[in-house]
Design a protein around this ligand. Sequence first.
Ligand SMILES: O=C(O)[C@H](O)COP(=O)(O)O
Ligand SMILES: [Mn+2]
Ligand SMILES: [Mn+2]
Length: 524
Amino acid sequence: MSNKKVILVVMDGVGISVTGLGDAVTEANTPTLDRLRKVCPYTTLKAHGSAVGLPTDDDMGNSEVGHNALGCGQIYSQGAKLVNESIESGKMFDSATWKELLENAKANGGTLHFIGLLSDGNVHSNISHLKTMIAKAKEQGAAKVRVHVLLDGRDVPATSAPLYIEDLEKCMASLNDGTFDAKIASGGGRMKVTMDRYQADWDMVKLGWETHVKGEGRQFANALEAVETLRNETGAIDQDLPAFVIAENGEPVGKIVDGDSVILFNFRGDRAIELSMAFDAGDDFTYFDRGVKPDVKYAGMLEYDGDLHIPSKYLVNPPEIKETMSEILDKAGLKSYAVSETQKYGHVTYFWNGNRSEKFASEEWKEIPSDRVSFDQRPWMKSAEITDDLIEAIKSEKFDFIRCNYPNGDMVGHTGSMDATIIGVESVDLGLTRLLKVAEEYGYTVLITADHGNADEMLEKNKKGEITVRTAHSLNRVPFYIVSKDKYEIKDADSTKYGLANVAPTVLKILGIEAPASWEESMI
Ligand SMILES: O=C(O)[C@H](O)COP(=O)(O)O
Ligand SMILES: [Mn+2]
Ligand SMILES: [Mn+2]
C-alpha cells in the first residue's frame, strides 16, 4: 500500500452553468458541495472540444472522451476526428474492409446497409460521414443502399429528428437514378431500439434485430410519416420513439439478407458493441434468438473494444490509448477499485482503461445493476448503493486508488426533466456527505470532478430565440475539488488552463508516483 490513498469521484454530467438557463446544479440543495467550495482547493476544468480530442471547440464533451482523458492523463484525437481525417484523406475508402464490403454487395447483387445514429451530435456518430459514404458507394458502383436510422434527440435538440431525416432524404434523392437506389429502411428512437449499452437491456438489441434485419414491425410509407404518427400517438421525444419499418405494398424495403453488407456507422463503442456481437457471433450467441442469421459481411466504423476485438472488421483505427493510469498503478504494485451502476459501469472501467474491457490484475471492478426505467422516474438511481459500496471498499483497507461514477446529473439530465434532475444532483450530494466522512476517517484524499456538463443546462434558446428543453450535454466547464487532511495547493487555480487530462497526473502526484512524459501536467 502507498501511504497516500486517493478516491476520485466523477459526478457524471455536473457542470458549471454560464447562462443560468435551466441550471439544476445551482437549483439543487447541495450543502456538501457548497461547503467544499468554500473550504477546499478548487478549480474548474475544460471538458469539451480540444481538451478531450474532439474536432472543434463547438463539440460538447461526452462520457467516452471524458473518461478516456480522466483515465489516461493525455489528450488523444478521438473517433469523431479520426473518422473525419480518414474520410478527408481517402484512407477509409482505400481500406480493405470498405472494399471487401462494397465488392461483396456488388458481387451478390446485394444491398449495402448502413445502421446508426442519425445525428450531428458528434458523440456517437455524424450524419456527414453517412452521406459521404453513400455517395462514395454510388461512385464505386453500388446499386442499392438501405439506411436504418436511429433517432437521436439526446445529443441534439429533443425533437429534431425530422431535420436529419430530411437532410438524408435530400442527399439520397440527389443520388438516386436508374443505376442507384438508396432509401431509409427502418428506424426508431435510440433509447428504445438497438443502442443499449453495457448489456443493461438486450431486449433493445433484439428489437433492433427484428426491425432492421427481419423487417418486422409497424409499417410506414416513409420515415417522416413514421416520426409524425408515432409522436402524435405517444408524445415521446425522438430518443424514445418506437421502432418502425418502411414498406411498399406491405413489403419491407430493406430487410438484411444473404449476400448483403452492413456498416454500423457509429464511431463510439458503448452503444455499438451489442449489435456488433449479434452480427459477428456464431451459433454460440445466446443473448436472444436471432432466427436464421443472414450470411452478410459486417463492419463497424471503429474497433469498439480493443481487448475483445469487437467487431472483427472496422473502417477506421481507434485511438491507441497508451500508458493509462490503471496500467501505471498496476506496474507500481498499487491496487485500484472501480464502481458504478450498470449505465455508467463501462465508463469507469472500459472507457477509463482506454476502451479496453479487460482489467489489470491489481484492479477490482463492481457493477451495481441499474433500474430499467426512464430515470426521471427514479432520479436517485443507485447513488445510495454506490455510496454503500464505496464505504465498504474504503473499510476493506485494500485499495490505494478508488474511482466511481455517480450517473445522476447526466442520466436524469438527458430526460429533460428539471425537477427530477434537481433531485438527481441532490442525491449525489447526499452520497458525497456520507462518503467524505468515512474517507476522512480512513485517510483518503477525495478528488471530486465531472466528465462534462448536462444538469447545469436543462434549457436552451433555439434558433428562433425560444426557450426549449435541452436533453444534451452542455459545453460548460466542470468543477474540481480536493478534499484532504493534507495541505495541497492547486497552481494557478484561478486560471482556465486545466482540462480533464490534468486530473490523472494530479492523482499520481498525490500517490507519489512519477507520471510518464506523455502525460499532461499535475495541478498540484
Ligand atoms: O449515450 C448517451 O447516453 C449520450 O449520447 C451521451 O451521454 P454520455 O456520454 O454521458 O454517456
Ligand atoms: Mn458522462
Ligand atoms: Mn450523457
